[in-house]
Design a binder for this molecule. Structure first.
Ligand code: UDX
Ligand code: ADP
Length: 459
């Protein structure tokens, strides 16, 4: 099987960058990315590359190289399905907000819609690749829908989970630690191996059965998130005992059995994957009556929620037990640096907590627009959109955010925050001037010398 045309359904954080790199590296394959969202497709096609809907360092040059040559973005889903040899499904699978499994299970309605559409439209054999994060055994459901509603053509299902991290997506795609392909049909597996082998060394392309591949994605994210919760649990202990969590991370990270990555204490992990994948794992374990397994992994989420709450409560307690009417400047809203993605960002929950206490929150983030910030808060449903707009102001200049602030809170580890003129900021803030560093980003000695009252996670 030689792949000539690839279609990807879903032009989001996963589909967009992944397909851009596949097209960049496979000149003889036509790659079409489709989405129902016209505005998103228009943005992918915008001549001004700073308008791409996904901000990722290096992505603009990959798109510039491939777009119009063998990379296309379109809303014509049916045409793209029909002409493809291989179809990636990269639609979103949010946590269910209703019914059975509410708050835990993945909502598969977008996946099912895709499967039904592929079945209805396809007039030739297709390889269908699951790219979205899915619960184990979704491939089985996909196959059942495709085989029972299709036009008698053959479908081979593969699982090819995404391991790219936002902010380093292009790097991760160019030089992945591994590419994982799960499936049953050897020819279909080989066809996808060949696509990646255009640039990934073959020893890094792992093949497994479908279920191992699906489960490995959840387990990889659960292990990574568990490390963050583990070090965050220690950060609380450090604050009380006088140990410094960065020193503890460094000391344990030198043990090659532990390793140094993912040991940075923070205000809590966010992102579209960690919480969703662990909740999925917990849901699956519970549904097989594995209570001890479910409880074990659930604790990673409980600790993460605790970390966010604890950060907000420390701000309130330190500001003399009231933030009512006080200005709290937020530096950062994205869930990590170098991305404009805000899904599950700790900033949302910390803000919500402070807004409950009637604080005024002034937000500056280098890449997140005001509409997104209001959308995130409105989505919580804690208060009306009018109230959110009354209490939260979004500004384009960090110095404006900090002027007259009672406290600054660092929610995202954007590098530029380190280089601000903190002496000028000290002058412009209310006194005493508090800084709550949720990322342990700033230089504590420097800030204390300038007269700030400085609190950092784990210090
Ligand atoms: C993650 C996985 O890393 C990736 O392999 C998978 O495909 C998708 O989920 P992502 O969510 O994009 O990627 O970012 P990641 O770098 O893993 O960070 C997740 C969250 O953990 C962020 O909020 C980050 O700030 C936080 N984090 C990470 C820490 O607080 N401390 C750390 O040491 C590492
Ligand atoms: P991810 O991080 O998984 O890429 P995103 O939400 O960024 O998630 O992207 C998923 C994209 O999938 C969205 O742009 C959404 O409009 C698109 N999408 C969802 N369902 C369908 C569908 N049936 N057909 C085409 N596009 C879809």
């Amino acid at each position: 099987m030689k792949i000539r045309k690839i279609t990807c359904i879903g032009a989001g954080y996963v589909g967009g960058p992944t397909m851009s790199v596949i097209a960049q590296k496979n000149l003889n394959v036509k790659v079409t990315v489709v989405d129902l969202n016209q505005a998103r497709i228009d943005a992918w096609n915008d001549a001004d590359l700073s308008k791409l809907p996904v901000y990722e360092p290096g992505l603009d040059s990959v798109v510039a190289e491939a777009r119009g040559r063998n990379l296309f973005f379109s809303t014509d889903v049916e045409k793209a399905i029909d002409e493809a040899d291989m179809i990636f499904i990269s639609v979103n699978t949010p946590t269910k907000t209703y019914g059975k499994g509410k708050g835990q299970a993945a909502d598969l309605k977008f996946i099912e819609l895709c499967a039904r559409q592929i079945a209805a439209v396809a007039t030739s054999d297709k390889i269908v690749v699951e790219k979205s994060t899915l619960p184990v055994r979704t491939a089985e459901a996909l196959k059942s829908i495709l085989d029972n509603t299709g036009n008698g053509v053959n479908f081979h299902i593969l699982s090819n989970p995404e391991f790219l991290a936002e902010g380093t997506a292009v790097e991760d795609l160019h030089a992945p630690d591994r590419v994982l392909i799960g499936g049953e049909n050897q020819e279909a597996i080989q066809a996808l191996v060949d696509v990646y082998a255009a640039w990934v060394p073959t020893e890094r392309i792992l093949t497994t059965n479908l279920w191992s591949s699906e489960l490995s994605k959840l387990v990889a994210n659960a292990f990574l998130a568990q490390r963050v919760s583990s070090i965050n649990s220690i950060s609380e202990l450090c604050e009380i005992t006088g140990a410094n969590v960065d020193e503890v991370s460094r000391a344990i990270g030198h043990d090659s059995r532990i390793g140094s990555k993912f040991l940075k204490a923070s205000v809590g992990f966010g992102g579209s994957c960690f919480q969703k994948d662990i909740l999925n794992l917990v849901y699956i374990a519970r549904s097989y009556n594995l209570a001890a397994v479910a409880d074990y992994w659930e604790q990673v989420i409980i600790l993460n929620d605790h970390q966010k709450t604890r950060f907000a409560e420390n701000i309130i307690k330190t500001l003399y037990n009231t933030v009512n009417g006080k200005n709290i400047a937020f530096l950062g809203w994205a869930f990590k640096k170098d991305t404009n993605d805000t899904r599950e960002s700790a900033a949302i929950y910390v803000a919500d907590h402070l807004l409950d206490e009637e604080a005024n929150v002034i937000v500056y983030d280098p890449k997140v627009p005001a509409e997104q910030i209001y959308k995130d808060l409105d989505y919580l449903g804690t208060r009306t959109p009018e109230e959110n707009r009354r209490l939260v102001k979004v500004v384009n200049d960090p110095y404006e955010a900090l002027a007259d602030a009672h406290a600054a809170a660092i929610l995202t580890e954007w590098d530029e925050f380190k280089d601000y003129d903190w002496s000028r900021i000290k002058e412009s803030m209310k006194k005493p001037s508090f800084v709550f560093d949720g990322r342990k980003l700033l230089n504590s000695a420097q800030l204390q010398d300038l007269g700030f009252v400085y609190y950092a996670i784990g210090e």
